[in-house]
Design a protein around this ligand. Sequence first.
Ligand code: UDX
Length: 506
Amino acid sequence: MEDHLTKSITHSNNITTISPHVVIFPLPIQGPINCMLKLANLILSLSPATVSVTFVTTDFIHRRLLLHSNTAARLAHDYRPRFRFETVHDGFGPDENPRNVSLLTMSLEAQAQAEGSRLREVLGFGSAEDEMKKPVSCIIAEGLYGCMVDVAKELRVPLVYFDTCSPCCLWTYFCIPNLLKVVDLPFQDDEEGLDASITSVPGMETYLRRRDLPSFCHAYDPNNPVIQLVLKEAQEFPKAQGHILNTFDELEGDYFAHIRALCPNLYNIGPLHLNLKSRIQQETTKSISNSLWQEDRSCLAWLDAQPPKSVLFVSIGSLASMTKDQLMEIWHGLINSKSRFLWVRRPGSIINKDEDTSQDDLEMIPDDLVEGTKKRGCIVSWAPQEEVLAHGAIGGFLTHCGWNSTLESIVEGVPMICWPFYVDQQVNSRVVSEVWKIGLDMNKDNCTRVVVEELIKELMETRRDEFSKRADKMAKLAAQAVAEDGSSYNSLNHLIDDIVSMRFSI
Ligand code: UDX
């Protein structure tokens, strides 16, 4: 270890006594940003004052955090001068230009290259200002940044990958080459269709179907940039000196042993948001928001006026979007179910069916929807989701099954109706409904008002006790994992110790 650090110091012509300096590279998406900022907070709060953290993100994300959250100010204030942001351009121009999922995924490779060159500056290579030149003892990068292995090797700095999507999805990424070999990919044009079983993903043979594989497998195109990123990740991920996952041992199933075999130096430190809460004073973390949109906190007062476990929370995360037709089907299903609901309609999350349809078309809404919403609903553009899910009035969560939302629902013992859109959401929803059995899977292709109404009644009424019992049991397992001497508690201590002692060797 000494020898590599000396080398990297010598290499950066900066002979000083090195103190641990971690540089963190998240994906520029709400979920991953949430995760990595919580990790930065935990590293800083649990390590000695000699440890510093540089958080590299896009200038767009940084501006949004400054505008809509207090996290930047809090971290800078609480840990001055040990925490700082560094930013790179995302190449999408002014903030009002859309950063939708297709643009983001097309740009991830370029993003990683830009962040890699920023890293060279932070390390003292290239034209960086003097005060930025600070030897780096460890890089923590999002798993999809496959190029970071080469960057870390060239700069002679240890790399720890943190894949912020679900481990069950990560395992399907690793299995794509095998799926291609046994011709489970591309999907055969046969009568079984998307419900055909997939038995070539070890540990998932009993429940995985074609439709549960990541969305980019549904129309497999080797030239798809996301597939190229994922295949590169599957190849590069195991090469890192350490691997962080936002999960806890007791949550994961048989397949997980295969990930451990590939990544022996594994830190399961999740649920990260719960680990943060249990390690740092509750009220402190409650007031720390990492939101990229302005939270409408009025929904908490509305929840206070609702009966216990009577409200269905509806949110599809930060990237997914729905057509106007899907919006109407969900809306009719909600009203016809007679359930109370709190619905997040994120700005830009409704795709107009016809290009020329203006947003205020939504104003021509049938009276029964207007009346039903007045009586039993609350609609906001963005909510303090962790606080909402922790509220006693919440009885269910209609979610896209993004990994952070799934974990947040598990932690609060809230059963789910899963409406997956892409990436890891398909396999997450299958595991929620078929393995953990704490929710219902509403396949993407049958989002009708009848199905929505039926699933809501099943989750909130007819099978409510059954789901609540299992969800409560899983919430207890999550709480035990982060409690003193729990699996995630110990794993986090192990990670902090390795960061402080700079024990990673390259
Ligand atoms: C993306 C992908 O969509 C997801 O599949 C992958 O697992 C992670 O990257 P995102 O779409 O942002 O994530 O969903 P999710 O992982 O659920 O993260 C959303 C975050 O935003 C959660 O932490 C949630 O608490 C927060 N949120 C969401 C709010 O704070 N307020 C809201 O109104 C909605």
